[in-house]
Design a protein around this ligand. Sequence first.
Ligand SMILES: [Zn+2]
Ligand SMILES: [Zn+2]
Length: 318
Amino acid sequence: MSREQEEAPGAPALVAKYSVVRALAILGDAWTLLILRSALEGTRRFSDWQSDLGIPKAVLANRLDRLVEARVFRKTPAHEGGKRMEYVLDEAGLELWEPLAAIVRWSRHWQNPGNGATPLFRHTRCGHACDLILSCDTCAQPLSPFNTFAEPGPGQGYEQRVEPHSRRRANSAVRHGPEALGSPEALALFGDMWAPAIVASAFRGVRRFNDLVAYLQIPPLVLSMRLKELLAIGVLTRRSIEDSERYEAFHLTRSGLELFPYISMLAKWGDRWCDDGTGVPLVFHHRSCGHQYSPVYRCSVCGERISRTEIEFLDHSG
Ligand SMILES: [Zn+2]
Ligand SMILES: [Zn+2]
């Protein structure tokens, strides 16, 4: 039995609707992240991904199909009337620059501390190398886990738990692209559905083992493995609590709290592109201004809101 199949067969598990988890069902896969990163750099052809990433043909076909279904890519003929097809980033794919920028930012800052001061982005409107400040779209002030909270939205309820990509296959992606996201640890963390879902749950205050099992419907053995990895990467820390009973709680460390922009942008993307027609499962409030918010990035130099067409990723690899 593989380590991903510990769950007994039976009725499909029902889980609270959660845009972050819906988004992770599509994006929480190491091969998918490598495919998307190349796409943002201009890759459009099946054969180019195959040779650049060393990705097995069947895996690449499977990932591209899912991304077309998720409206991340649009399949079009490379030339009018031609037979060869290209995969062009569609609207949902182009909007992924926000969570992907959060991944790049976190990976460089927390995995290469020596590189922490090197600017990663350029805001082409003001022309400056800059950092991205997660901000409230209403009042323009910075957002943090401490000045925001979530409440059930119109789309709250339960749905069938989504099945993650097979991680056994994705592990070979970690071997193929160790530098792609800053470090192998970063690729392992972000290229997984469960690890970011556990982090997102911790932001919502779900911190005990049994509560995480109930909240995410994650198989306990898988949860144990992921918690061990998150502790090793230093994103979570374990605390023993003596209350009426003794239990362990998993808290976000400083580097864990720095994943807030990633989780926020995933939620935003999931709200927009994984909606089931009933509305958002959660609404987010900014305590500082009292309004509901949707997160945006602002430029650390000029302070203006940054749009997709005004951002450049500066490459520091190699
Ligand atoms: Zn605000
Ligand atoms: Zn600027």
